[in-house]
Design a protein around this ligand. Structure first.
Ligand code: ADP
Ligand code: ASP
Ligand code: MG
Length: 400
């Protein structure tokens, strides 16, 4: 078998843990498998590097951020290769570039365009364990790029897809995907399986156990994806096609996204083309707009609200300044988005009503709502985030 294993920041967070990872990888190799390992930076390292850059500048050049941040994963890939060789298992550390990972030019959130599988295959053919630095690639112009926070998951899935690996294991500090973040609700239950679509929603709505784009890629390339713990041998969670899951609960999970901010434009001229102009501007700045609400117009003007990731709020403010589309603009970072996700919602009614009832019983006001076929998201005051997660988790009996 060809197995791709990805180890996250906590799993390689100390030298002792890197040693433990080396032993786990060695065991997989000893069982007769070809192994490609993808590693994250040691936990806290990426944040530390960001804070270094912020010491000098509020908006450092994104190219330099990629030079800086990619170094964290490079350290762990070399250390793990050294540790493996010492255990008697020949290994080679590779940067994104050396592993043939080509991306587009959008620094700090680059997309993988293709992977030259020969780069890794050549080293595997030499009998080596290949240890790839996650989270990074190279642009057409030979510039280092990174794939967005949590991007090592994407590196692993993309490599597994390109090499047609039999299995892609994501090792982290929880032993699978739970009904909600077990740090918020200790009664959360581990899921044996979850569909790509549900996982995609959970990830994009704040469950950081897998990076959103990695799930997208796994679905597209049909990668056999498993998340499990690097600290024990418990069986993890399989992320798979919907038809492989027999029982579909109405709600599979609850997610909390703390990285949201709301923008409210008051007194927007109520005529065709205005919304298009506003969102065209935001799109051209590569800002990820999420929920959008427009009020019923009155006296020729209307109010327009939308959410953006908190770390894109400064860019959003700049974009709004130059636009002059409304009489006033307000910004609020003191909000969170809580969501419920489940493919079973497609065939059940009353799911939304129950969510609204549950939050109102806790005295929580809904500030924005959006729904799709398999999710309901609600924006609420930040201070109620965890309470809302626990209340919804209980209301849909996810603790059973
Ligand atoms: P890594 O560093 O290994 O990539 P992350 O910190 O990115 O790990 O992701 C693992 C964390 O995701 C867990 O510690 C957990 O707190 C959080 N998490 C959020 N939602 C969920 C969920 N539904 N199931 C499991 N973990 C979750
Ligand atoms: N080190 C990067 C981050 O912290 C990438 C990753 O861990 O997946 O976002
Ligand atoms: Mg992660």
């Amino acid at each position: 078998m060809l197995v791709v294993q990805k180890y996250g920041g906590t799993s390689v967070g100390t030298l002792e843990r890197i040693e433990a990872v080396a032993k786990r990888v060695a065991k997989t190799r000893k069982e007769g498998n070809d192994v490609v390992v993808v590693v994250s930076a040691m936990s806290g390292e990426t944040n530390k590097l960001i804070s270094y850059a912020e010491h000098f500048s509020k908006s450092p050049q994104q190219r330099e951020m990629d030079m800086l941040l990619s170094s964290g994963e490079r350290v762990t890939s070399a250390l793990l290769a050294i540790a493996l060789s010492e255990l008697g298992y020949p290994a080679i550390g590779m940067t994104g570039r050396q592993a043939g990972i080509r991306t587009d030019k959008s620094h700090t959130k680059a997309r993988i365009e293709n992977i030259d599988r020969k780069c890794i295959e050549k080293k595997l053919a030499e009998g080596k364990i290949v240890v790839v630095a996650g989270f990074q690639g190279i642009t057409e112009l030979g510039e280092v790029s990174t794939l967005g926070r949590g991007g090592s998951d994407l590196s692993a899935v993309a490599i597994a897809g390109a090499l047609e690996a039999d299995l892609c294991e994501i090792y982290t500090d929880v032993d699978g995907v739970y009904t909600t973040d077990p740090r918020i609700e200790p009664k959360a239950q581990k899921l044996e399986k979850i569909s790509y679509d549900e996982m995609l929603e959970l990830a994009s709505l704040g469950a950081k156990v897998l990076q959103t784009r990695s799930v997208e890629m796994a679905k597209k390339l049909n990668v056999n994806l498993v998340t499990r713990s690097s600290f024990n041998d418990n069986e993890g969670t399989l992320i798979t096609k919907e038809e492989n899951i027999m029982e579909q609960p109405v709600v599979s999970g609850v997610a909390l996204d703390r990285n949201q901010a709301r923008v409210t434009l008051r007194g927007v001229t109520d005529k065709p083309g205005i919304a298009a102009e506003i969102f065209r501007k935001l799109a051209s700045e590569n800002i990820n707009v999420d929920m959008i609400i427009q009020n019923v117009g009155h006296d020729g003007t209307t109010n327009l609200g939308f959410t953006v990731p908190q770390n894109e709020l400064e860019m959003t403010k700049d974009a709004m300044l130059n636009l002059n589309a409304s009489q006033s603009v307000e910004y609020d970072s003191d909000i969170v988005k809580v969501s419920i996700v489940g493919v079973g919602m497609k065939s059940h009614s009353g799911v939304a009503c129950k969510a609204f009832d549950t939050l109102s019983a806790e005295g929580i006001n809904l500030e924005m709502i959006s729904t799709s076929e398999i999710k309901i998201s609600m924006v609420i005051a930040a201070k109620y985030g965890e309470l809302a997660v626990r209340a919804l988790h209980a209301a849909y009996e996810l603790d059973k």
